[in-house]
Design a protein around this ligand. Structure first.
Ligand code: SF4
Length: 347
């Protein structure tokens, strides 16, 4: 039987665990600091714990991180990892460099069932949800990489492989651990979760205690186009999504980010830009336009620079807060799912 991982637990849970094992509550905080501040690789290194506690922990928990199968570094500083999990399944994790810090893009599932037609991960289908420690493992591997240059992971985006809200409980537990002040201490406002629009989970997310950022992968200005490219829209169409997001904004006082992938000839015309602006009216939003990074298996093409700029200009004129997303790692396989697809011989 596989042992549970010590990386599955937040501070309160670690305190309960040590108390239940017959030790002192404060040992829980010591363990958390060793794991996330000192980032040790073994229980033996936790030198301020008694030998008995260290031996007990060794018998009860494993503390293995995913194995790095591949690491690609781009000339712009982007680092992409292909990681192998306990069952030899693979996920991807990316470190992206911004002026304001280092963001890690975390995968939440092995594959994804949402089947968005433009996405490499969607082509691979969901195999399983990631456990809490497998998401923590991605962040720790990124942090250990950055430790070499005395840098820190400052931001987390749960936008890698998978639909985070299809693995809601584990993703939220993962975020609560990231946020522990005595651990990695990543502020809630520096954490973003991106969903394709699973309405019941957006409602649950509005009730979370932390002020985490919500991003919606919208990618279309109307239901006809969205139904074609995102299966989720058949279940949660755009008007219902908008109403939910307005409720979310009222409840949380947080602005929602809309991700919009520009696909040549599909959703990138002037008409589409105006239609999108109309749809967004009444929401307090921010739009992130993403030039499409072509994936081999796919039928879509990247929009021309002219269309990208025209789309941007129209949204600006319509008084929508909009940016064009900077691209990362153009010289490596940086689009979601590309590295994993290659490793499995799909491209
Ligand atoms: S875009 Fe996101 S939700 Fe859609 S298939 Fe890809 S990983 Fe899944």
């Amino acid at each position: 039987m596989t042992m549970t991982s010590i990386y599955d637990w937040n501070l309160a849970q670690l305190q309960d665990i040590v108390e239940n094992l017959g030790f002192k509550k404060y040992n829980g905080e010591q363990i958390l600091r060793w794991l996330y501040q000192s980032r040790v690789d073994s229980f033996d290194e936790m030198s301020n714990l008694s030998l008995l506690l260290r031996e007990t922990l060794k018998k009860s928990f494993q503390m293995q991180l995913p194995k790095i199968l591949q690491k690609q570094k781009s000339s712009d500083g982007t680092i992409k990892f292909l990681l192998e999990l306990e069952d030899q399944r693979c996920v991807e994790t990316v470190i992206m460099r911004y002026v304001y810090g280092n963001a890690v893009c975390v995968s939440s599932q092995v594959g994804c069932n949402m089947g968005c037609s433009f996405c490499a991960s969607g082509l691979l289908k969901k195999v399983r949800d990631l456990k809490v420690h497998e998401m923590i493992g991605q962040v720790l591997i990124a942090q250990k990489e950055l430790d070499q240059t005395n840098e820190r992971v400052s931001h987390i985006v749960v936008m890698g492989i998978g639909e985070p809200f299809d693995n809601y409980e584990n993703v939220m537990n993962f975020i609560y651990i990231l946020n522990e002040a005595k651990g990695l201490a990543i502020g809630a406002r520096h954490i973003s979760v991106s969903t394709s629009g699973i309405i019941p989970k957006i409602k649950a997310f509005a009730n979370e205690k932390l002020q985490i950022n919500l991003a919606i992968s919208l990618h279309a200005p109307n239901d006809t186009i969205r139904n074609q490219i995102m299966k989720v829209n058949h279940t949660y169409p755009m008007q219902a999504l908008k109403e939910t997001l307005i409720e979310y904004e009222q409840k949380t006082n947080r602005r929602v980010t809309f991700e919009y992938l520009l696909l040549d000839g599909i959703n990138d015309s002037s008409e589409h830009a105006h239609e999108l602006a109309n749809y967004l009216r009444g929401t307090c939003c921010y739009v992130n336009l993403i030039p499409y990074n072509a994936v081999n298996e796919n039928i879509y093409r990247r929009s021309s620079e002219k269309n990208i700029n025209n789309f941007y200009d129209i949204l600006k004129k319509e008084k929508i807060n909009v940016t064009i997303r900077r691209e990362f790692g153009n010289d490596i396989d940086a689009a979601c799912g590309q590295l994993r697809a290659k490793s499995e011989g799909k491209s």
